[in-house]
Write a protein that binds this ligand. Sequence first.
Ligand SMILES: [Zn+2]
Length: 80
Amino acid sequence: MQSALRSMFSRTIAIAAIVGLTAWQPAPQKVYICDSSSSYAYHIDRDCSGLGHCKHRILVVTKQDAINTYGRQACKICAR
Ligand SMILES: [Zn+2]
């Protein structure tokens, strides 16, 4: 009885873990890019000194968009 109860318990935990994993959709990470053709990086930190030089608009995009759409690479200061 004891072991049956325990195996049922651990099974419930396993199911909860699977459900939790599949239900968990990671929110796409937002990054900051300077809307300038000369900038090459995306920034994690809005207050990064690399962004401070930006004289253009600062766009908030997903990290994926920054890389795939805008062709940016990780900022060496804030996004290593
Ligand atoms: Zn940066």
